[in-house]
Design a protein around this ligand. Sequence first.
Ligand SMILES: Cc1cc2nc3c(=O)[nH]c(=O)nc-3n(C[C@H](O)[C@H](O)[C@H](O)COP(=O)(O)OP(=O)(O)OC[C@H]3O[C@@H](n4cnc5c(N)ncnc54)[C@H](O)[C@@H]3O)c2cc1C
Length: 395
Amino acid sequence: MKRKCDVLVVGAGPGGSSAARHAAEAGADVLIIEKRQEIGSPVRCAEGVSRAWFEEIKVPVDKKWVAKEVDGAKLVSPSGSSFYVDEKMAGNEVGMVLERHLFDKAMAANAARAGAEIMLKTSATGVVKEGDKVVGVTASSYGEPLAIEAKIVIAADGFESQVARWAGLDTSLTQNDITTCFQYRLTGIDIEHMYTEFFIGSAAPGGYVWVFPKDEDTANVGLGILLSQLKKPGEVKGYLDKFIKDNERFTKGQPLEAVSGAVSVSHPLDETVMDGMMLVGDAARLIDPITGGGIAHACLSGMYAGKVAAKALEANDFSKEFFQEYETLWRNRLEDKLWRNWMAKEKLVTITDEQFDLVIETLAEAGVDKMSVYNILKVIKEELPDLVKDFEEFI
Ligand SMILES: Cc1cc2nc3c(=O)[nH]c(=O)nc-3n(C[C@H](O)[C@H](O)[C@H](O)COP(=O)(O)OP(=O)(O)OC[C@H]3O[C@@H](n4cnc5c(N)ncnc54)[C@H](O)[C@@H]3O)c2cc1C
C-alpha cells in the first residue's frame, strides 16, 4: 500500500498531536501514524503539569482530563523536614494532575478537528531518504506494509525514538542521561491531597520520589533513579517498595496500576532538524533533566514545528535551513533552562543526604518566592555556593 501527504507525524503523543493540529489548522494535509491501538494508553507518566503552560500551548484547560488540581507543592528532605510552596509560585510540574489517557486523546481530537487524519496500529519501520533528505517512511499498518511519501516528516515518537536515528541523527544517550522510573497508582493512602509531594535524597539517587494525588486517598507514587546509579534496571522497583515500606503513610496502600518507563535527562540534541524532517518532544530530548517533566515541552515544540511546517509548505522549501526557524523558536524558549538543569542534575548525584537536609532547611528559612528549579538554585547559590560553583554562570 502507498500513501502521500504533506506532513507525516510519527507518534500521537502530546508532541505529535500538537504538531499535527497546528500544521492542519494552517491548511496542511496531515497524517498521524500511531503504533498503539489506543492513543494515550497505557499511561507511562506521573501526570503532573503546571496550569501556567496551557495558555502558551494554546490548549484551554478542560476538567474532563484533569484528575486533580492542587494548591501547591511540598519538598521533603531525607530527614523529613519540608517546606510548602503555593501553586502560583510552584514550578513546571505543579498545579494539576492529569488523566493522561484522556488528555492525549483530547490533543489528538484537536488535531483531527483541525483536519488531520489518524491511523492507529501503524508503526514506522524505517525512513526513506533521497540523498540527505527525508522523503517519507516505511510502515506497517495493521500488519500490512505501507509506504508513506511526505514533504515533511515530524518525528514525535517519544523517548525511544527510532525515526531520528534511522534518518542518521545521533540521539544516543549515556547511562548518566537516562532516568529509570517505576510507579504505582496507590489507593487507601494518607496523602496531602492538595499538594504534590517531592522527596529528595538517597531514596532515589540522582532523582526523586513523587506523590501526585489523583483524589483524596489515591496518588501516583513513583520514583526515578539515574540509570548510572543502578546495578541493574529492575532495582528501581526495590527502591520504591522500600520507600513505601519505610513511610507508614503509604504502607497500607494497595496498587491499582504499576508503571515502568524511562525518561531522558540529557541536554538537548545538537540538531533537531534535517532536510525533510523535524524532531519534537521527547524525540528531540526536550525533557527537563531535573524534574523529568516533558508534557508541556512536547506540546510547545509540537506547536512550533507544526507552524513552521505550514510555512515551509507555503514556501515549498523543506530544507534544513528553512527548518532553522523551528530550532530557533524552541531554543530561545527552552534551551538555557535545559542546559542549566542538566548541569544541576550532574551535581545532584554527588549531594549527600546531609547536604540535602541543609538545602531544605536553608530554603525553608530563606523562602523561595517561586519553586522553580532556577529559584531554588538561586537560593543555594547565595547560601551554599560550593554546591553550584561548576555552573554558577547559568544561575
Ligand atoms: C514514569 C514517567 C513519569 C513521567 N511523569 C511526568 C510528569 O509528571 N510530568 C511531565 O510533564 N512529564 C512526565 N513524564 C514525561 C512525559 O511522559 C513525556 O515527556 C511526554 O509524554 C512526551 O510527549 P511526546 O509526545 O514527545 O512523546 P510520547 O508521549 O512518548 O508519545 C510518543 C508516541 O509515539 C508512538 N510511537 C513510538 N514509536 C512509533 C513508531 N515507530 N511508529 C508510530 N508511532 C510510534 C508511541 O506509541 C507514543 O504514542 C514522565 C515519563 C515517565 C516515563
